[in-house]
Write a new protein. Structure first.
Length: 65
């Protein structure tokens, strides 16, 4: 679903002040959810890249440094 941002801004401008806090909280929640998803993806990627270095040859080389 594609949302026209101008229509969204108009809707936000038209809400009551008491509802504005809820809308704000929901938007912040969505941002936090997206950031957590991105962080988990970065963690997953970094863990899989660590597998590359976890091998007997590199262990032996680094043990002598």
């Amino acid at each position: 679903m594609s949302v026209n941002r101008e229509d969204l801004k108009e809707l936000i401008d038209g809400i009551h002040d008491q509802d504005a806090e809820e809308v704000y909280d929901f938007i912040k929640y969505l941002q936090m959810k997206r950031e957590q998803k991105e962080l988990k993806e970065l963690e997953r990627i970094s863990e899989t890249s660590m597998d590359f270095w976890n091998n007997p040859v590199d262990d032996e080389v680094w043990n002598e440094v």
